[in-house]
Write a protein that binds this ligand. Structure first.
Ligand SMILES: Cc1cc2nc3c(=O)[nH]c(=O)nc-3n(C[C@H](O)[C@H](O)[C@H](O)COP(=O)(O)OP(=O)(O)OC[C@H]3O[C@@H](n4cnc5c(N)ncnc54)[C@H](O)[C@@H]3O)c2cc1C
Length: 536
């Protein structure tokens, strides 16, 4: 197999925007589990934040981001993100994305696109493609990548581990023992493990929502990049900050579906089964209180009542015709599963939504390992701090893919030679006989994380979770080196490690800040510190 200038793992907004930029400078290989209809980019509904209104300002967007981040954002990185916003929108349009155009009034003020307003933003600055922004961006990027001869995309190929000095043949050495040379990956259809070498390796594998029983994330979001980087020696940062969306459709046995905040903005009221309005007396904004406060109130109600969900009441919000006009997709989705929101309450449950932490990177998306970069939700740039401002994450993917490329072009790494590395040895492995052991372990992890490491935490629950995870982790380590490689086992190993990293990070934080709430330390400490974990 050829070696490449750039090996990119992941085909969401981070991976594909990087590939398109890098293809002007060399050969790019993109490995991905699934190219379309997978990952968080495809699912994003709301939009992408950017200052385009002359009455808005970059400084206000910076301030809004810092406020949401509760003292843990890195200001200079936030400034880069915001300053590059308008350029990022231009890049996406150049790659073929169509965003909803401004009204005549907007255009007369020089604003090209309709700008929506979202929670935490002091101005209207959300560029969107109706309520399917991510789908439109993903479509455009895939088309652009397909028409670029310098980009090779391999689908159904799952990266397993990074190629490092550990994988040299006997006698081979490098003056830099912390260098990364590419990835080992499983070609699922061919059931073959391949080595893909690159001068620079990019992890753009997205989030880790699948570690929780309820999540808005796609099934591919299993934290693979975070786990691979950590195993290879990179640091991870702020992994305790998982953002929970307060309202996803409660529909056991089916993929989770986001019930947008816009429904509460339209007058929806959160109720328990008895019909009491949940947010009365909790926050002056009631059902429209900030996401973390609503999520915490729902969690408390579910714990108190033992019910598996609460309800969003839209029955006094203008009737079927108005609801269909405002929320065509959500209305259709609920109806498909037997809930007519004009007449019935929508069962909702909070769900793990966005990982603010991840692989620790600098302002150019460089990890602590040489020639290894991480972009998008897998990375912790310091942009989100302890809580993400809505619609900043798509932007992060586009902006930091550009920053990563700039650094790679500055450092000019060389393509590694295949002759120096060992191929993956799978001779001693036997096929797994009973896959139930994996599905059971996965269920245990997801329910442990949901009940013990969820929206409200305590030292007791975190310690209990750590104990459960220790047992599962030991079993998986032993299976991993005995059985042949299968996607389920690879993902389970990564999810287990990510779950452990989240628990360890949460246990280290002796305060409540942003998304992390621990009843044993309900106050925020005066000094904000990052939680950094490095493999020993
Ligand atoms: C329901 C929902 C709505 C959202 N709405 C918004 C919004 O309106 N605005 C906003 O800014 N953000 C939103 N977000 C967050 C945002 O969508 C994500 O943070 C962002 O899309 C992440 O992009 P990414 O490229 O890092 O990862 P993803 O888009 O998740 O892509 C990850 C890629 O990695 C691949 N992959 C993973 N592991 C491997 C492996 N081992 N080997 C090979 N390939 C692998 C996957 O196949 C996938 O292609 C939303 C998220 C969700 C879940």
């Amino acid at each position: 197999m050829a070696s490449y200038d750039f090996v990119v793992v992941g085909s969401g907004i981070a991976g594909l925007s990087f590939a398109l930029r890098a293809a002007r400078h060399g050969k790019v290989l993109v490995l991905t589990k699934l190219l379309s209809r997978a990952g968080s980019t495809h699912l994003a509904q709301g939009g992408i934040a950017s200052v385009l209104d002359p009455l808005d300002s970059l400084e206000r967007h910076v301030q809004d981001t810092l406020t949401a981040g509760a003292g843990l954002c890195r200001r200079e990185v936030v400034e880069t993100l915001v300053a590059r916003g308008p350029g990022a929108i231009r890049d996406l349009v150049e790659w073929g994305a169509h965003f909803t155009r401004a009204t005549a009034e907007g255009r007369s003020r020089g604003i090209p696109y309709d700008l929506a307003r979202e929670g935490g933003h002091s101005s209207s600055r959300i560029v969107h493609a109706h309520d399917g922004t991510g789908r439109e961006i993903q479509r455009a990027l895939i088309e652009a990548v397909h028409s670029d001869p310098n980009i090779t995309v391999r689908e159904n190929v799952l990266a397993i581990d990074l190629v490092t000095a550990k994988h040299f043949k006997a006698g081979e050495k490098d003056k830099d023992p912390r260098a990364v040379y590419g990835v080992y990956a499983l070609d699922v259809a061919a059931n073959r493990i391949e080595m893909h070498l690159g001068a620079a390796t990019l992890l753009c594998t997205g989030g880790v929502g699948q570690v929780y029983a309820h999540t808005t994330n796609d099934s591919v979001s299993t934290g693979d990049g975070i786990a691979m980087a950590y195993r290879a020696g990179a640091a991870v940062e702020d992994m305790e900050f998982m953002q929970f969306h307060p309202t996803s459709f409660f529909n056991p046995g089916h993929p989770t579906y986001l019930i947008s905040e816009a429904l509460r903005g339209h007058g929806g009221v959160l109720r328990n089964r008895a019909g009491d309005a949940l947010m009365d007396g909790v926050h002056p904004l009631k059902s429209l209180a900030p996401r973390d406060i609503v999520a915490r109130a729902i969690d408390a109600e579910m714990k108190r009542s033992g019910e598996p969900c609460v309800f969003l009441d839209m029955t006094a919000c203008g009737g079927a015709a108005s609801l269909k006009r405002h929320f065509p997709n959500i209305y259709r989705h609920c109806l498909r599963y037997g809930v007519d929101m004009a007449r019935q309450w929508i069962p909702v449950v909070p769900a793990a939504h966005f990982m603010c932490g991840g692989i620790k990177v600098d302002g150019h998306s460089a990890t602590e390992l040489t020639n290894l970069y991480a972009v998008g939700e897998a990375a912790c740039t310091g942009v989100h701090g302890a809580n993400r401002l809505a619609s900043n994450s798509l932007l992060e993917g586009v902006v930091f893919s550009e920053r990563a490329l700039a650094r790679i072009l500055d450092t000019r790494p060389a393509r590694p030679s295949r002759r120096r590395f060992r191929a993956w040895d799978s001779m001693r492995l036997k096929p797994v006989e009973e896959t139930i052991i994996y599905s059971h372990a996965l269920e245990t992890i997801r329910s442990t994380m949901w009940h013990y490491v969820g929206i409200v935490r305590s030292d007791f629950r975190l310690d209990r979770a750590a104990e459960f995870l220790r047992v599962i982790s030991r079993q998986i380590q032993s299976d991993y080196w005995s059985f042949s490689m299968e996607p389920d086992l690879i993902e389970l190993r990564n999810l287990t490690l990510c779950a452990e990293l989240i628990v360890r990070s949460a246990r280290r934080r002796k305060e409540s800040r942003g998304l992390h709430y621990n009843v044993d330390y309900p106050k925020m400490l005066p000094r904000a510190r990052h939680t950094v974990l490095r493999p020993t």
